[in-house]
Write a protein that binds this ligand. Structure first.
Ligand code: ADP
Length: 185
């Protein structure tokens, strides 16, 4: 295991922006480089740790704070924690940043894609329902998303492949000394 200490890579962005896709390219590469990796995916957390919570601002904040708390504990234990959660509110992201930074680095990664592009991708078929009014309070449609203003990493996914976005993340982690550079095989 790396002696560099744990960190949290926090992917924020609209549904369908690419958070999960990119984290599942980055994670295996971090494992190849000897790190212990843990994933906290917003949708998965909602079926376990946050079961029963809805999508009001209060419930969204509770969900993110729970994820932040777990991320801070895993960071403390030395893991590379990959969080994929819409996390639409700047203040809540700042709060979880503070929790994690007590134990290691917090790398906020803004997975950028316009609502139009996410709706075009419509990976989960949710935008069609949101535009039809079948889902209320959908982030980016009729619920706010506060874009990060000072994220450590900004991924412009509309002009990149997922592999290119993942490579940008890895380069940033290397530059920050959080992961060792790839060894040629
Ligand atoms: P999220 O986890 O943010 O809700 P997903 O990862 O589930 O989003 O879906 C993102 C979709 O966008 C996938 O179908 C993926 O192939 C596509 N995509 C296109 N370009 C990119 C990119 N540069 N990075 C990530 N995903 C991308």
């Amino acid at each position: 295991m790396s002696d560099r200490g744990g960190f949290t890579l926090w992917f924020t962005g609209l549904s369908g922006a690419g958070k999960t896709t990119i984290s599942h390219i980055v994670g295996p590469e971090l494992e190849r480089r000897g790190l212990v990796v843990d994933y906290l995916d917003g949708d998965v957390v909602r079926t376990h740790l946050s079961k029963g919570l809805g999508f009001s601002k209060e419930d969204r904040d509770t969900n993110i704070e729970r994820i932040g708390w777990v991320a801070s504990r895993l960071t403390r234990a030395g893991a590379a924690v990959l969080v994929s959660a819409i996390s639409p509110y700047s203040e809540t992201r700042a709060h979880v940043r503070g929790m994690v930074e007590e134990h290691g680095a917090f790398v906020e990664t803004y997975v950028q894609a316009s609502v139009e592009e996410c709706a075009r991708r419509d990976v989960k078929g949710l935008y069609a329902k949101a535009f039809a009014g079948e889902i209320k309070g959908f982030t980016g449609v009729d619920d706010p998303y506060e874009a990060p203003e000072q994220a450590e990493v900004v991924l412009e996914t509309e002009g990149q492949t997922p592999e290119e976005s993942a490579a940008q993340v890895l380069a940033e982690l290397e530059a920050r000394g959080l992961v060792p550079a790839a060894v040629a095989s």
